[in-house]
Write a new protein. Sequence first.
Length: 347
Amino acid sequence: MSKHLALFGFALPLALWLLPLALLPLVATGRRRHAVPAVAAAPPDALARWIGATLTLAGVAAIAGLVLGLAEPYRVGERVTRIGIGAQVSMLIDRSGSMNETFAGRQPSGAEESKAAASRRLLAGFVGEREHDLFAVTAFSTAPMLVLPMTDRHEAVRAAIAAIDRPGLDYTNVARGLAMALSQFGTDSGISRALLFISDGAAVIDPRVQDQLRADFAKIRPNLYWLFLRTKGSPSIQDRPEGEDTPQAAPERHLDLFFRSLGIPYRAFEAEGPQAVADAIARIEALERDPIPYTEVRPRRDLTGWAYGLAALGLAVLVLAALAEADMSARRRVERPAEDAPLRRAA
């Protein structure tokens, strides 16, 4: 019982001190009384007792409803945990200077889109495909920048993606960006986690930083997706350089090798145009379809209208009873002699 009562509250609880007034109809009545020589002589009348009890309860309801309405009752808000389909997705978006170019490697003109503009447009469509996905947005170039922490507010996520529209810098610091993107995941390990890395290139990661990143990836164990926005004519991440195969000569290839060595689920998608980016995002969305717990926040619900509705119902019953009790025939008998007086004088 106490558990159910805890679900309700009052904005003005001091008004509840007036609630004992609702007991007045039990000891007093507003109905007219008539002297009857011997009520016991009349046979038992179940209908009359039922009507009397109904009117008494109507009076109690009218007063109680008015007092409760003054106290402004409400049902308290609550947080309900449910299970949906989705994942925690940390998006790491490259904002280096080359992202301002088109997939053809030139400055956009006319209807052409830069790689950054195409990414923003397609990622905004990706957000909200599933109701219960959680997203974080991190941008990086010379230094990483936290744009939005992990949240289920998809409108805020789309706004954060759209806000990354400033020209990028030349340098690409992948290591610090990856570290910040990993830090956006929560502590709950029972849900699917995905790190979506969007970049058109890579840089050399210091071996000492690699060890720290390996430890972070091993601890969090996200599904890693690299959406490589490849400029047409540039080497693929699978291409081995003709000369010395070093991270300085082929940074994208060696970053791919580093990701493969982490021991976590990893896939790389090479896209050479907006449609290829859209196809890759659709494939990623199809892969991340695991159960995810989410919290549904139910706001406080105002019950004042229900209290005043109870009072209105009780008052309506009492008004109808008062109208039924009025003796209209007696009023007509009082008014009729005054109307017939001229006729009697004429006779």
